[in-house]
Design a protein. Sequence first.
Length: 219
Amino acid sequence: MLWSRRTTESDGTTVIDLRAIAGHPGRLSFSEGVSTSRMTHVTCTVRKVDHADIVLDMPSVGVRPAPESAVILEVATGRELLQCFTSVRAMGRGSEVVLRTPARPHVVQRRRFPRVDLFLGITLHTPDRPIEEVAAQLINLSMDGCACVMVEPLQPGTDLNLNLSNLGFHPAEVRAVVRRCSPSPSRLWIIGLQFQPLLPEQELYRGKYLADYVDLQAP
């Protein structure tokens, strides 16, 4: 069963075991109507995967895909962003939506994300300044965390709240922990941060942002 093997095809496409995405948050994208090009994006959770079906839990309110409509399921897992191009088999009871499990190897794509360099102003809150915003310069971003430059050092293990609205995150507030702090030649401090568990929509945005950035930098 191609859907359940981890192999690399001759065109570079990697087939990954889809059963590994059960329990992960995801995003389902679909057109709201046959005659429109507008895409709707809805957060979901992958409940179960087998050789025939991918069962999702979706919000009980809002727009939903129609039976037999084409959809794109995206799931961020660790350092990977998986994309499944498939269709709706049935609408189950309550919040359940059943998709067809992709059968051909090229419908599942696996992508590893490098650490990408950025230069973007952000703000954060430290434990000793819970109300006052502290300015920082974001210098790189990865699936695991980020690094920024600050005028003052921070102790490793310090919990922070980052405001990543300038990066497009919504909600903008992200929790992180200081993992390293080292001086720079310019007498500033380079702070290495590890993200704490993100909301499903934040996880997906982070994966898409990095994937799009890598695509833009590709020759």
